[in-house]
Design a protein around this ligand. Structure first.
Ligand code: PMV
Length: 326
């Protein structure tokens, strides 16, 4: 029996990916930059099942059907095409983050699946190729292959669109979970609608390229304040371009906005944090390491607040790992 297990962590983008230039290859309209976290991992086992008729997928003990199962099968079809194989697989996945709530569970999910499936089907991919493979499952998964801060180059074709590590100052993040409900509109659908109907979309694309260039400079300079300023204004721009589509989509809840306000006023008091939010109501706040715990305590008034740091890239996982202290 050929089987492989891998674990990957979610990432939170500081410069966001929002919009595809190529839906089939998942090539983004612009590059992005993120922090891979050391919490909320997904662990996935892929076992080749020559006697089975089809793939099977279970998430957190529940057998998946419909669109969720189809997405996994389409991904495995791609892996099989690369491997020149046609054997179905059983995929068993557990996810420690609330699924679909804007905590990038699809990023950790497809990064873990790419790593485990690549091993199980004997592809033996190096990091850039693994990042390109993960990208085919979910764009942001390309970045969860990489530890710490990752830049995903938009590229111009399959071979040039991948994520790799970037040197950046040490930072922490406080994840404020204000709501764990599944989001009403998937990022896939919302990206399509934004591209088709938001009048601000062209400006979003050009300004994201500028934000990414500025962010790369700020990381190289070790300038945490500049990194934070770009992060916060860029996040609000993403939510603005999304809110401007028709019919409108609004991911931020009143509680999310309250966290942004609290972060701004805590900055005035010397706790230097900057907020961002993905396609959901939960807020992630980057902070200098020395202010992490103080910020977490302040923000716990708004929901469950967890202090996290830079995490590892996707990697094979063995039973011995699970016995090691986290
Ligand atoms: O990878 P997807 O299709 O789930 O898109 C993720 C998009 C955002 O999380 C909102 C932004 C990002 O760059 O991660």
């Amino acid at each position: 029996m050929t089987t492989a297990t891998a674990r990957a962590f979610p990432n939170i983008a500081l410069v966001k990916y929002w919009g595809k230039r190529d839906e089939e290859l998942i090539l983004p309209v612009a590059g992005s930059l993120s922090l891979t976290l050391d919490a909320f991992p997904t662990t996935t086992t892929v076992t080749l099942t020559p006697d089975a008729q089809a793939d099977s997928f279970s998430l957190g003990g529940d057998v998946a059907t419909g669109e969720t199962a189809l997405r996994v099968t389409r991904f495995l079809d791609h892996v099989r095409a690369l491997a020149g194989a046609d054997v179905p697989a059983q995929v068993v996945s557990t996810n420690e983050a609330p699924t679909g709530a804007g905590l990038a569970s699809s990023a950790a999910g497809f990064a873990a699946l790419a790593t485990a499936a690549s091993d199980a089907y004997g592809l033996g991919l190096e990091a850039n190729a693994l990042s390109r493979l993960a990208r085919r499952g979910s764009g942001s998964a390309a970045r969860s292959i990489v530890p710490g801060v990752a830049i995903w180059h938009a590229g111009h074709d399959d071979s040039t669109s991948f994520a790799e590590p970037v040197d950046a100052p040490d930072m922490r993040m406080v994840i404020v979970t204000v709501d764990t409900a599944q989001k009403a509109v998937s990022s896939r659908e919302a990206m399509r609608r934004t591209a088709a109907t938001s009048p601000f979309y062209p400006a979003w694309i050009t300004s994201t390229e500028q934000s990414l260039a500025d962010m790369v400079d700020a990381c190289a300079a070790g300038d945490f304040t500049r990194i934070g300023e770009i992060t916060e204004s860029h996040a609000l721009r993403m939510h603005a371009v999304i809110q401007a589509c028709e019919p409108p989509i609004r991911y931020l809840a009143p509680a999310s906005v309250a966290v942004f306000d609290a972060v701004a006023s805590l900055r005035e008091q010397g706790i230097e944090g900057y907020a961002t939010a993905d396609a959901g109501p939960n807020v992630a706040v980057i902070v200098r390491p020395e202010h992490g715990e103080a910020l977490r305590e302040e923000l716990s008034a708004f929901g469950s607040a967890r202090l996290v740091g830079p995490g590892p890239g996707a990697a094979p996982f063995t039973a011995a790992d699970s016995e090691a202290p986290a």
